[in-house]
Design a protein around this ligand. Sequence first.
Ligand SMILES: [Zn+2]
Length: 150
Amino acid sequence: MKETTQEQRIRARMQPGIISLNGFLGKDKRSISDIISDDDKQLQALSRTPIEVAERMLYFSNASFNAFDGRVTVDDIYVVETEVTRGRMNCPWAHDGFHRKYITSLTNTKNNTTVVWTALNIHLIKEHSFFEGKGSAFRLDPATLVKALF
Ligand SMILES: [Zn+2]
């Protein structure tokens, strides 16, 4: 699908070194709307919505913020660790304020699946159904994410 002017602006902000060092698209050549609709199909096939997924991610990030020894075990099977760093990031859609910076890693010990996300990933999934382009450092494959989180 051809990109709109709006999408071109978003794409420009997603390039390496603008908002984040490595950018959001990796080596993905698809348009942003194609990336979103392909991931959305994958998620639909798993009967999950972006909001459900994002809320689950937030639940685990929140549960691990106050663990001062690093990792915590949540609900018996999820080993979670959140590292908060200084600074803040804004969203490439540029429609709302800044997001704090943290990285959460989660291992589902039942199926041995590990996923890592940032605060911005949660926002991008919840508000934009965007899991990042293939090859991006913080790309989250919807199927792997669902497998780890639920
Ligand atoms: Zn946004």
